[in-house]
Design a protein around this ligand. Structure first.
Ligand code: ASP
Ligand code: MG
Length: 436
C-alpha cells in the first residue's frame, strides 16, 4: 500500500474533540497499512481571529509579520494533532511548512510554491511515523522568511506534498461529503458528485464554488494527482477529482457496468456555482472607436486589478457612444474606480457606475459542448424564476450570468432543478464550520 496525503480543514479540527476524532481517522488509515502524511489547517476560525487581532494593533497589517502571525494558527493544530495521535499509541511528528520543504517565492501573504523538498517528511514516514505538516505556509527561497500561500492555502500544500512524495491520492477532508452539484448551504437537494474531471472542477472553482481552491486543482491537474474530497465527520465515499472517471475506465475495459453508464450521463452538467464576491463597474459614454477598450483595461491592469467578465453594449447611432461593463472582486473596487477617475481625461468617458449588489451564477459541464439547448434551458429557468440577466459570459464548458445579489439563492435553485440535478435523498449535509 502506498502513501496517502490527508488534509483536514479548520472546521474538522475546531476543538479538542475534533482533533481527537481526526486523530482516530488518521491512525485507522495508518493501521490499514498506508504511509500517512497529514496537512492540517488552523483550528476553526482562528485564522480570521488572528487577522482581527492584527487589525486592532495596526491598520496596515500585512507582509512579513502578518505571515509570522498567521502561520502560528497551523502550528497550534499540527502539534495538538501529533499529541492526540501519540495518545492513541501511534507515532507522529509535526513539521512546519519550512521544515517540510515548502519553498516559495518571497511574496508575503500570497506566496507561490516554487519547489518542494520533503526529505524530512519522507524519512519521518519511512521510520514509521505519521508526519503532520502545517498547511498554508512555506519559506522564501531568497529572504528565508516565513511566507503564507493565501487564504485557504492548505489544500495547495496538500496537493504539492502529494506530488512531491508521489502519493497515491490526496484526500481533502472537509465539513461536507464532497463536491455537490450546488452549494449545499443554498440548495438542500444538491447531489453529491461521485467523479468530476479536473477541467470541470477548475471551472466550478473559478465560478465561486468554495469546496476546492482553483490553485489547488490546477496544481493537481499539472502533476496528475487524484483528489478525493470527503467529510471527516462521516465515513462516506466522497468526490473523486481526476483525469478520468475510474468507473468509466472499468466500463471501457469490457464489462460496461450500470455505474459506468450513469457517469457518462452525468457528464452533461457538473453543477451550478454562484459567487457574491464580485462587483460591477460600468464606464458610461465611451467613444466607440478603436483603442478605447484598450485604454480602459490598461488603466485597470496597471493598478494590479484582475477582472472577470467584460461586456460592451451596442453604441447608440446618434451619439457614437457606448457603455463598457466589467466585473471584478469587490475588494478591488475602490482601487479600480480611483484609477479610472484619474484617467478620465485621457480615456474620455462620461461617467462611472459602481454596483456591488450583484451575483454571478454559472452552469458548468463539459457536456454542453456537444448538447444544443443548454443555454436556452438555462435562460428559461432564470426567466421562469423572474431573474433578470445583466451580463452574460461563456466558455466552452460554462455559461455565467450576472444578476441581483438578492435573487441569487432562488436563481441557483431554479437552474439546479431545470437541469434535473436535484437529489431525491437528503444527502447534502453540512456537518460543521461557521461559513466564515
Ligand atoms: N488557515 C488558513 C485559512 O483559514 C489556511 C487554510 O485553512 O487552508 O485561510
Ligand atoms: Mg481555515
Amino acid at each position: 500500500m502506498g502513501l496517502v496525503v490527508q488534509k483536514y480543514g479548520g472546521s474538522s479540527v475546531a476543538d479538542a474533540a475534533g482533533i481527537k476524532r481526526v486523530a482516530k481517522r488518521i491512525v485507522d488509515a495508518r493501521k490499514r497499512g498506508h504511509q500517512v502524511v497529514v496537512v492540517v489547517s488552523a483550528m476553526g476560525d482562528s485564522t480570521d481571529e488572528l487577522i482581527d487581532l492584527a487589525s486592532e494593533v495596526s491598520p496596515v497589517a500585512s507582509g512579513r509579520e502578518f505571515d509570522m502571525l498567521l502561520t502560528a494558527g497551523e502550528r497550534i493544530s499540527m502539534a495538538l494533532l501529533a499529541m492526540a495521535i501519540k495518545a492513541l499509541g501511534s507515532e507522529a511528528q509535526s513539521f512546519t511548512g519550512s521544515q517540510a520543504g515548502l519553498i516559495t517565492d518571497s511574496v508575503h501573504n500570497k506566496a507561490r510554491i516554487i519547489d518542494v523538498t520533503p526529505g524530512r517528511i519522507q524519512s519521518s514516514v519511512d521510520e514509521g511515523n505519521i508526519a503532520i505538516v502545517a498547511g498554508f505556509q512555506g519559506v522564501s527561497q531568497d529572504s528565508k522568511d516565513i511566507t503564507t500561500l493565501g487564504r485557504g492555502g492548505s489544500d495547495t500544500t496538500a496537493v504539492a506534498l502529494a506530488a512531491a512524495l508521489d502519493a497515491e491520492v490526496c484526500e481533502i477532508y472537509t465539513d461536507v461529503d464532497g463536491v455537490f452539484t450546488a452549494d449545499p448551504r443554498v440548495v438542500q437537494s444538491a447531489r453529491k458528485i461521485d467523479w468530476i474531471s479536473f477541467e470541470d472542477m477548475l471551472e466550478l472553482a473559478s465560478s465561486g464554488s468554495k469546496v476546492l481552491l482553483h490553485r489547488c486543482v490546477e496544481y493537481a491537474r499539472r502533476y496528475n494527482i487524484p483528489i478525493h474530497v470527503r467529510s471527516s465527520f462521516s465515513g462516506l465515499e466522497g468526490t473523486w477529482v481526476s483525469n478520468e472517471d475510474p468507473r468509466r475506465a472499468r466500463g471501457s475495459a469490457g464489462e460496461k457496468s450500470q455505474q459506468g453508464e450513469q457517469s457518462m450521463e452525468q457528464a452533461l452538467i457538473s453543477g451550478v456555482a454562484h459567487d457574491t464576491s464580485e462587483a460591477k463597474v460600468t464606464v458610461v459614454g465611451v467613444p466607440d472607436k478603436p483603442g478605447e477598450a484598450a485604454a480602459i483595461f490598461r488603466v485597470i491592469a496597471d493598478s494590479q486589478v484582475n477582472i472577470d467578465m467584460v461586456v460592451q453594449n451596442v453604441s447608440a447611432a446618434s451619439t457614437g457612444l457606448t457603455d463598457i461593463s466589467f466585473t471584478l472582486p469587490k475588494s478591488e473596487g475602490k482601487k479600480a474606480i480611483s484609477a479610472l477617475e484619474r484617467a478620465q481625461g485621457t480615456i474620455g468617458y462620461e461617467s462611472l457606475r459602481y454596483d456591488d449588489q450583484i451575483a454571478k451564477i454559472s452552469l458548468v459541464g463539459a457536456g454542453m459542448k456537444t448538447n444544443p439547448g443548454v443555454t436556452a434551458t438555462f435562460f428559461d429557468a432564470l426567466s421562469n424564476a423572474g431573474v433578470n440577466i445583466e451580463l452574460i459570459s461563456t466558455s466552452e464548458i460554462r455559461i455565467s450570468v450576472v444578476t441581483r445579489e438578492e435573487l441569487v439563492d432562488e436563481a441557483v435553485r431554479a437552474v439546479h432543478s431545470a437541469f434535473g440535478l436535484d437529489s431525491a435523498s437528503d444527502e447534502a449535509v453540512v456537518y460543521g464550520g461557521t461559513g466564515r
